[in-house]
Design a protein. Structure first.
Length: 174
């Protein structure tokens, strides 16, 4: 392999190895200005977008030990989007951009070294943000504890009602 291709393979490996999420995007039919605008939006979100040759992508994945990606039949024009601290946020950015640019689409995704089909990547993009999920989880936990307190309080209250009724009965008898 020529030195340029070896360097490209190393660059792809560093992108895939350093990020917790990466996405393969089809850009067939996209104009240069559309693709530049996508790169600009992704850069603002902390991610990078690079056009990669499919064969070199598979070779870089094999060298990293990403066997699912190296065995995948990637065809057509492929861009690799990687980076950013939150892969779900990057997927949301991509999906939002794809709505207005129909020539772009997900091919697949890589999340924590596991391959995701395009449908799962879209589902990831549809998830609420991390903050919303945490608040929903907190609300669920609070709801369960509130119900537990209500049930325990009802048991104590029923015992008190019985004791009060017994006390009133004894007062009437006396």
């Amino acid at each position: 392999m020529r030195a340029e291709k070896q360097q490209l393979s190393k660059d792809i490996q560093s992108l895939l190895g350093s990020s917790s999420g990466a996405f393969l995007v089809s850009y067939k039919g996209a104009t240069v200005s559309e693709f530049s605008a996508l790169r600009k939006e992704l850069r603002a979100g902390g991610a990078e977008c690079h056009v990669v040759p499919n064969r070199i992508l598979r070779k870089a994945a094999a060298e990293l030990g990403l066997h699912e990606l190296s065995a995948m039949k990637v065809t057509g024009e492929t861009a690799l989007v990687a980076g950013g601290s939150d892969p779900a946020r990057t997927a949301k950015l991509l999906k939002a951009y794809f709505k207005s640019h129909k020539s772009l689409a997900f091919k697949a995704g890589l999340l924590d070294k596991k391959m995701l089909p395009a449908s799962d990547v879209e589902a990831l993009a549809d998830l609420p943000s991390r903050e919303v999920l945490l608040s929903q989880m907190l609300g669920t936990i609070q709801g369960v504890s509130r119900q537990l307190v209500t049930v325990l309080n009802a048991k104590v209250a029923s015992v008190l009602y019985v004791l009060k009724a017994v006390a009133e009965k004894k007062e009437k008898a006396a």
